[in-house]
Design a protein around this ligand. Sequence first.
Ligand code: XMP
Length: 319
Amino acid sequence: DWSMAAYRAEMVQKIRDQVGSGKVICALSGGVDSSVAALLIHEAIGDQLSCILVDHGLMRMNEAADVVAMFHEHYNLNLKMVDASDRFISQLEGEADPETKRKTIGRLFIEVFEEEARKIGGADFLAQGTLYPDVIESVSFSGGPSVTIKSHHNVGGLPERMNMQLVEPLRELFKDEVRALGRELGLPDSFIGRHPFPGPGLAIRCPGGISREKLDILRQADAIYLDEIRKAGLYDTIWQAFAVLLPVQTVGVMGDGRTYEFVCALRAVTSVDGMTADFFPYDMDFLGKTATRIINEVKGINRVVYDVTSKPPGTIEWE
Ligand code: XMP
C-alpha cells in the first residue's frame, strides 16, 4: 500500500524528531492499536522504547501469553509482562457498578504502570495508540446533545503525574488505516484482524458483582464462542463478538437432574468505526450449535441468549 508506506516513513521521521535521544514507555495490550503504535515507535527509535503489558486478570483465554509469544517470535522489542491480576481482582471483587469498575481499573492500571515504569528507570515519553475516533472525546448522536456515555479506560492522567510527554503516532488514523499500517509493518494477520477489546476487559462483560469464579466461567464461554465464529469463517466479517455472563440464574434440566446456573448472552456486531453498530444476523443453526457447546462444556452456564440490539440504542459493550 503506497500511502501507508509513505505514512510509515513520515511517522518514523516525526517520532525521531520528537523523541530525540529520550526514552519512551508504552502500555502494550496486544490490541491492534497499541501493537501498531509500539512497532512504529520501535522502528523509529529501537531500544529507546520499553513496552509493558499489564495483565489485569480481565483478559481473555491465554491472551497475555499469546501476545508476549507473538512479539517474541516476530520482533525484538523490549517487552515486560506484569501479572497484576490478584491486585485488580481483589479490589474489584463484588463490585457491580459499571462506572466504579471502569474507574477502579483505570486507577489501578495507572498505579501498576507507574511502578513498573519506575523500575525500568522511568521515561521522558509515554506512547499511546490513540486513534482519531478516540480524540473525539464524547459521543454525539444526531440531533441530540453531546454526552459522555462511558468513562473510557486509558492512561489519561499519567503523563502529567510522571512528567512525560505523549507520543501518539496514530492520532490521525481510523481503525482500517491502522490495520493497513500494521500490515505494512509485518504484524501477523491474526493480530491485524483482531476484534477490538476494551481496556476494562471482561470486568464490563460481567454485569453484577465481579468474582473470580464468574470471570473463569465467562472466559471459557467466550473462548468457545470465538472458536465457533472462526470455524464458521465469520471472524473477519464481524466487527466484534463476545460473551457476557449475566448475574441471573435460571432453572434447567440436564440428564435427569435439575440445574440452576447462570445465563450467558452472546453479542456480535458489524460496524465501521464502533460509533454505530448493527447486531450480526447469524443463522439459527450457528446459534444453536454454539449454545449447545457452551452449555455442555462450561460448568456454571445452563442457558444462552443472543443480543439483537443495535447501536444506538444499545452500546456494543453491556456496561
Ligand atoms: P461501546 O460499548 O461504547 O463501545 O459501544 C465502542 C467501542 O469501544 C470499546 N470500548 C472501550 N475501549 N476502553 C477501550 O479501550 C474502554 O474503556 C472501552 N469501552 C468500550 C468497545 O469494545 C467497542 O469496540
